[in-house]
Design a protein around this ligand. Structure first.
Ligand code: NAP
Length: 293
């Protein structure tokens, strides 16, 4: 078994991105500029946004966080989105999800100009992705494909099973693994809570991508010998063994499954760090007009 070291890989890619940003600066180009809109004080969202800001600083991308109160009305938030759509300084922006219950999340996603939608959640970018056209790809699925690529993991003709059908991970990663690309060219099956005989479906996976949000659900008996196992799940549990008092677990029982997998991503240090890298790449693509010219 080889663990896939997402932390190390993301550091390497961040160095590459930093060199690219420096080259843009040297050539007199515009420094890429990312904005994150954070509504309310959800601790997980605060952490994600802070990490994104730190990563931008590290690679030389200009970044800004707009903090808005939880009580903001939908109209005010949509006005803010409109302002960012029309601000020439801003190459790309994200509205950190989830949003408070009184705000229609889909309405906000669709208000973002697809050309600045570096989260890749707008239906235009999702649709272009499905058609195999240039698009901003959602960060977590794109990070997974980058990992497979950098580890030279063969995907062509393989049976890929995706466990989970969320709009941000399951559906897009299944679509990407289906594309006529490398990585890609898989025969893809997507499972969800209504899937019958789940164990039988999982057992045929050469590549198993788990994004279901159920801690350590996938055990060794569900996994085919030699499978590539990608664990997207993140669960924070109390621990008296760490300084912070918390530790992270995935959707896969890592200690068991690692004995059967050919490659496996740990939690933490697997998919998580790759997600931010994809966002940085999308921001550079936005500033350079690589997707929409
Ligand atoms: P989600 O919206 O929580 O959806 C979970 C999916 O799993 C749904 O499609 C659900 O089926 C399916 N599911 C749940 N229980 C099941 C069961 N017992 N059997 C079969 N299918 C089942 O998914 P998500 O937003 O993609 O998040 C999944 C996990 O990934 C979470 O732990 C999240 O924190 C983590 N995550 C990590 C990153 C990262 O950067 N590493 C990014 C995003 C998310 P139904 O559709 O039928 O309900």
């Amino acid at each position: 078994m080889e663990p896939i070291d997402g932390k190390k890989l993301s550091s390497t890619i961040k160095e590459e991105i930093a060199r690219e940003v420096e080259e843009i600066k040297q050539a007199g180009g515009k420094v890429p500029h990312l904005v994150a809109v954070l509504v309310g004080h959800d601790p997980a969202s605060e952490t994600y946004v802070n990490n994104k800001e730190k990563a931008c600083n590290k690679v030389g991308i200009e970044s800004e966080v707009i903090r808005l109160e939880e009580s903001i009305s939908q109209e005010e938030l949509l006005n803010k989105v409109d302002e960012l759509n029309n601000d020439p300084k801003v190459d790309g922006f994200i509205v950190q999800l989830p949003l408070p219950d009184h705000i229609d999340e889909q309405k906000v996603i669709e208000a973002v100009d697809p050309k600045k939608d570096v989260d890749g959640f707008h239906p235009v970018n999702m649709g272009r992705m499905v058609l195999g056209l240039p698009a901003y790809l959602p960060a977590t699925p794109a990070g997974i494909l980058e990992m497979l690529k950098r580890y030279n993991i063969e995907t062509e003709g393989k049976d890929c099973v995706v466990l989970g059908r969320s709009n941000i991970v399951g559906k897009p990663v299944a679509n990407l693994m289906l594309q006529k690309t490398t990585p890609g060219n898989c025969t893809v099956t997507v499972c969800h809570s209504r899937t019958k005989n789940l164990e039988q479906v999982l057992a045929k996976a050469d590549i198993l991508i788990v994004a279901m949000g159920k801690m350590e659900f996938v055990t060794a008996d569900m996994v085919k010998e030699g499978a590539v196992v990608i664990d997207v799940g993140i669960h924070r549990i109390r621990s008296d063994k760490t300084k912070s008092g918390w530790k992270l677990k995935g959707d896969v029982k890592f200690d068991e499954v690692k004995g059967k997998a050919s490659y496996i991503t740990p939690v933490p240090g697997g998919v998580g760090p790759m997600t931010i890298v994809s966002l940085l790449k999308n921001t550079i693509a936005a500033s350079q007009g690589r997707i929409y010219g």
